[in-house]
Design a protein around this ligand. Sequence first.
Ligand code: ZN
Length: 169
Amino acid sequence: MAKTNNATVTADKVVELRMKMTNDTGEVLDQTSDDEPLTYLHGHENLVPGLEAALEGHHAGDRVQVTVPPEDAYGDHDGSEPEAIPRADLPNDIELEPGMELEAELDDGSLEVVWITHIDGDQVYVDANHPLAGETLHFDVEVLSIRDGTSEEIVHGHPHPPDDSEHLH
Ligand code: ZN
């Protein structure tokens, strides 16, 4: 399998990673398990830009440790405070919980992605800042495997599992 071993992480490759993400204080924010690696399509903004750039050109078996500042991760915190939205104004068919991502309609009718920070009675507090905005992130990553993306995966912008017969999006 010399061909596979020589592959490098470049655009349109499907890459499997072992990944651990910590913040400045060493708190583990995200971590793959041994039987569930992170699989992503390189070059399609599936990872934060700083991590994707650090992985470019690496081979299977490489270990990559990189510190990514907020501007190359989830952006700076804009300083705004969470805003309250009445629970009744949000869809009642989904269970809301802190950390959940929502599309909220602004007064001008445009949609903005927001994250739920907390819920207090019938008020749901949302923040336009990503929960990791302003954080410097530390990644410790190992490249497990690299393969060519299929034409369908490249069009979709994400990898498909091997048994993906009914995939429609
Ligand atoms: Zn797809």
